[in-house]
Design a protein around this ligand. Structure first.
Ligand SMILES: Cc1cc2nc3c(=O)[nH]c(=O)nc-3n(C[C@H](O)[C@H](O)[C@H](O)COP(=O)(O)OP(=O)(O)OC[C@H]3O[C@@H](n4cnc5c(N)ncnc54)[C@H](O)[C@@H]3O)c2cc1C
Length: 446
């Protein structure tokens, strides 16, 4: 394989992304000579591996947890975390920022570099463009990395087809003009500005069906936007267009907040099947009606990150294109060197940060056990989820869940003893929401 300089890699980045289908629509592999750059030529410029190399792709909740805990489980592992974002910003605290419950420092004041230094692993700023499992190599826009173990934790992508958007022009307009705010920090900044500049009228928040990322979050965001409108006496309403027949989780707590705190600021409409959006006239088309809006955060359907598809690991039976893995061990069937974790997993667990964090600690043990020639018994991941429903005073509701596994059906169900809700909003849970986020940051970056 011919060598290529690091500068050449930078030039090839655009072509590599296009070919990988990560920066837009995939080009056929042989369409143009440059598209071959999907397979990076030359090695990534990294310190020499000093032990079995574990490459973790994705520096979100799952990847940050796994990178740190792999080193704890086996200090001899040489762990490399590959992340494409230039800066960390959390998704899970973003709703609180809209109503001024937290500041920007709380949302984005953590560094990948500190996480890696504190955790004793290597941070590599690059975009993963493909995986060669037969050669045990990960391709990135900064060169290839050989692995002994590979963890793919790239999170989600949006699926606009689920709301009837089938052309790239409209999808691009929605992504930029009415971003969902369930992926990038940049989307959160855009939504914050929309809320602050809102002059009145209808602010639409849509809610998808399926197993979407953080089920309580669209309803929590509705409360935070309504709290802002109420505080600043903005003559505006959050119109919630929900694909589900009712609020998907913490139903009583959210309905109480909508009715008691935001009667004049929230209108909730269930069972909405969006069939298209006209970005010019700002109209949402549904099976029966159309809804005009002044501003909107349009949350389309959710699917696993496109990287899972690029790596050839999509479960053909998964409507959300999630990964094909052993649901107890998290590795690709027949390949205990390659794992998929976090919101790209196929199990019907909540797509939540708490779950990704607890699951990550278990997966680190599974990999360490495999490297030591041992096996690990399955332990259930858990999720504890607070939702802020009032900003002044800070009041929240909560839920928690863990799972039982049924060998016969190869399926999971909520464990009775580890599952419940506390839907009476209060200030104790309001404080606990912030403590929870601080603890999670501490666990990932400390
Ligand atoms: C508005 C909102 C509110 C939420 N509220 C809560 C909450 O209250 N409680 C809770 O528990 N959870 C909450 N969540 C959910 C939580 O943030 C996610 O479920 C969790 O972060 C999933 O972790 P992950 O690592 O799978 O994905 P992510 O955290 O999204 O991380 C994926 C990472 O992979 C990187 N990546 C992707 N592709 C590549 C590539 N090709 N190369 C390199 N890097 C790549 C991405 O840049 C990203 O950093 C909320 C989410 C949102 C958006």
């Amino acid at each position: 394989m011919s060598k290529i300089s690091r500068r050449d890699f930078v030039k090839l980045t655009g072509a590599a992304l296009a070919a990988a289908g990560l920066g837009g629509h995939a080009a056929p592999a042989d369409a143009a000579p440059k598209s071959a750059a999907v397979h990076s030529r030359g090695k990534a410029y990294l310190p020499k591996a000093r032990g079995p190399r574990v490459v973790v792709v994705g520096g979100g909740t799952s990847g940050l947890t796994i990178a740190k805990y792999l080193k704890k489980e086996n200090p001899k592992f040489d762990v490399v975390l590959v992340e494409k974002r230039a800066m960390y910003s959390s998704c899970f605290a973003s709703n609180l920022w809209y109503a001024g419950v937290i500041n920007l420092e709380f949302l984005a004041g953590h560094s990948f570099l500190d996480a890696a230094r504190n955790g004793g692993y290597t941070f590599f700023s690059a975009t993963c463009t493909g995986v060669d499992r037969s050669a045990r190599k990960v391709h990135t826009d900064q060169g290839e990395i050989a692995y002994d173990y590979l963890v793919l934790a790239p999170g989600i992508d949006y699926d606009y087809e689920r709301i009837g958007i089938k052309d790239p022009d409209t999808e691009y307009r929605l992504r930029t003009e009415h971003p969902a705010g369930w992926m990038m920090g940049d989307e959160h900044v855009s939504i914050k500005r929309k809320i602050e500049n809102f002059k009145g009228g209808i602010f639409v928040q849509t809610v998808p069906g399926g197993n979407f990322r953080c089920k309580p979050a669209p309803y929590e965001r509705t409360c935070m936007i309504a709290a802002y409108f109420k505080k600043h006496k903005i003559k505006g309403k959050v119109l919630v267009l929900d694909n589900n027949p009712d609020i998907a989780v913490k139903k009583a707590g959210f309905h109480a907040a909508f009715d008691e705190l935001y009667k004049d600021y929230v209108e909730y409409v269930p069972s909405i099947n969006i069939t298209g959006v006209d970005a010019d006239t700002k109209t949402i088309e549904t099976e029966f009606d159309s809804y005009k809006f002044d501003e909107a955060a349009i949350y389309p359907g959710v699917r696993a990150s496109k990287l899972i598809e690029v790596a050839g690991l999509v479960d053909a039976k998964s409507p959300q294109k999630e990964a094909r893995i052993d649901v107890q061990k998290y590795h690709v069937p027949g390949d205990p060197r390659v794992y998929v974790t976090g919101d790209s997993r196929p199990m019907g667990f909540p797509k939540s940060a708490h779950l990704a964090n607890s699951e990550g600690k278990y997966v680190a043990k599974v990999i360490a056990a495999h490297a030591a020639g041992k096996a690990m018994d399955w332990t259930s991941p858990a999720s504890l989820c607070y939702s802020m429903v009032n900003a002044e005073p800070k009041e929240a509701i909560s839920m928690w869940v863990s799972f039982n596994y049924d060998k016969q059906t190869n399926a999971f169900s909520p464990a009775k003893e580890g599952t419940g809700t506390d839907e009476k909003r209060d200030a104790i849970k309001g404080e606990a929401t912030l403590d929870w986020a601080e603890a999670l940051y501490g666990d990932m970056f400390g």
